[in-house]
Design a protein around this ligand. Structure first.
Ligand SMILES: [Ca+2]
Length: 478
């Protein structure tokens, strides 16, 4: 069926001689438009690359809303998927990746940090033979960098933008004194580019008349704080907290987050809530070198550091939903990579840890799945995983619902000779220890730190024996 005339027209200027390269320049009259994949709503043309370049005026940003994306998604990881849309925060593919789409998306929003945005769509022809027709459609808008909408002085609502405050705090009205009854305050956070909002509650003391406020069972009808994130264009509630229960540290799934404070009562005895926020681009992953050719990709090189720690995003809070992170290890020629999980709590069910779960997976390859490696989810686990050779990839992937606190692991590059020597001593993975519950629990953390000390001493001896062989680089193409 062919589309009605004029319905699926791509606005913007197609570059002469190019099948699918478009330029769009903002001007006084042209601030918005829509794009369709070639031949939309039919299949896109096999083996194609489409490029879309957006140029806003000074004082503007480019906002893209992917209304409808249906790409073939044969791989479990977006990075390994043959058909992808990548959004770059600048003129071309050398800019930071701020959007990476595969599979199905609706109303996914991306906004540039500066005046340029580049969208590239690539596919291979293999998937053309399969099932559903893949297609995509998106809207773009040139938006003003500074909006006229500001927080009103008359109410307690606040709009916090990263362009004005990179970090700070929010609190209930009159904090640390009693807040008024019957109010609703909304704190709306908006970042740009790759930014995520990280929210850490430091104080929570809300009126809770129905039981122990430190362990409230049901927040219904009580004064409360609710946090929402945006997933696929839909506002999703992370959770609601009340009484004196301090929420975990939280992170948004893209560049927006909403905190809602509701009060029904007033009591001179309560002090309200206070939380610190910051807009971060590193997903709260503190070690490793972030690779800007991906959304959440971190590199670990043996030549730089022989051992260290990796964590899930936003550790030791709840990991963000709908997020995929890759940890890439580059060892020297005779080395293997050893990953030891000392804390592990990932929402999902072993042994399958399928697409309905969050999971951690492993690959000896840079750009494809490794079917012999087992996925991990659930918890707690205290597992040791080894690479076959000098390159290794750890993948963390979370779905769109339910949350956990994620993982903490030690990595170590170990030379083959050393590995053999190590097997003569008591292998660490055979020790029986368990990190039960949350990492703040006394037992877990003391065991973890004992393991940590043991590892440290072992690291020291291995540091001495590391050979100075050449670094083996296996780069990957974005
Ligand atoms: Ca989940």
């Amino acid at each position: 069926m062919s589309p009605p005339p004029g319905k699926y027209i791509t606005t913007g200027t197609r570059l002469e001689g190019k099948h699918c390269t478009y330029e769009f320049y903002s001007n006084a009259t042209h601030k918005t438009g829509r794009f369709f994949s070639p031949f939309y709503p039919q299949n896109y043309k096999p083996n194609g690359t489409c490029r879309y370049n957006f140029h806003a005026l000074p004082g503007e940003r480019v906002k893209i809303v992917f209304k409808n994306v249906q790409l073939h998604d044969t791989a479990s990881s977006c990075r390994d998927s043959p058909d992808v849309i990548k959004v770059y925060d600048g003129l071309d593919a050398s800019a930071n990746v701020i959007g990476h789409l595969c599979g199905i998306h609706n109303d996914e929003e991306v906004i540039s940090t500066g005046t340029n945005l580049y969208v590239a769509f690539t596919c291979d022809d293999k998937n053309q033979k399969q099932g559903e027709p893949p297609k995509f459609e998106f809207l773009f808008t040139m938006v003003k960098s500074t909006s006229n909408v500001s927080s009103s002085d008359q109410d307690c609502n606040q709009h916090i933008k990263s362009t004005e405050h990179r970090n700070g705090s929010i609190s209930s009205p009159k904090y640390p004194f009693a807040y008024p009854a019957d109010i609703t305050c909304r704190y709306v956070f908006t970042g740009v580019g790759r930014e995520r909002i990280q929210l850490r509650f430091l104080h929570m003391d809300l009126h809770f008349p129905r039981g122990d406020p430190t362990e409230p069972v049901d927040c219904g009808g009580s004064d409360s704080v609710t946090v929402y994130v945006i997933i696929n264009g839909t506002t999703e509630r992370i959770d609601t907290w009340c009484g004196k229960e301090l929420p975990h540290m939280l992170m948004s799934s893209q560049h927006k987050m909403i905190v809602e404070f509701k009060s029904y009562h007033s009591s001179m005895e309560v002090t309200g809530f206070m939380a610190h926020y910051s807009f971060v681009t590193n997903f709260g992953i503190l070690e490793g070198q972030q690779d800007n050719r991906g959304m959440c990709v971190f590199n670990y090189q043996s030549s730089v550091k022989s051992h260290g720690e990796i964590t899930s995003p936003n550790y030791n809070g709840l990991y963000p939903r709908n997020t995929e992170c890759h940890y890439l290890f580059y060892g020297k020629e005779n080395e293997r990579v050893r990953i030891e999980f000392v804390d592990f709590d990932i929402e999902g069910y072993m042994p399958r840890c399928d697409e309905r779960s969050d999971y951690v997976s492993f690959s000896n390859f840079a750009n494809s799945e490794d079917r012999k490696m087992t996925r991990l989810c659930g918890g707690p686990h205290n597992r040791v995983v080894w690479s076959d050779g000098p390159f290794f990839r750890v993948i963390f992937k979370s779905n769109e619902c339910f949350d956990s606190t994620g993982f903490q692991a030690y990595y170590q590059f170990i030379a083959s000779e050393q590995e053999k020597k190590d097997q003569d001593v008591q292998p660490l993975e055979e020790e029986t220890y368990s990190v039960q519950g949350r990492r703040n629990s006394g037992i877990g953390s003391s065991v973890a730190s004992a393991v940590n000390r043991r590892l440290e001493s072992r690291f020291q001896s291995q540091l001495l024996s590391l050979s100075r062989s050449s670094v083996l680089w296996r780069t990957w193409e974005p």
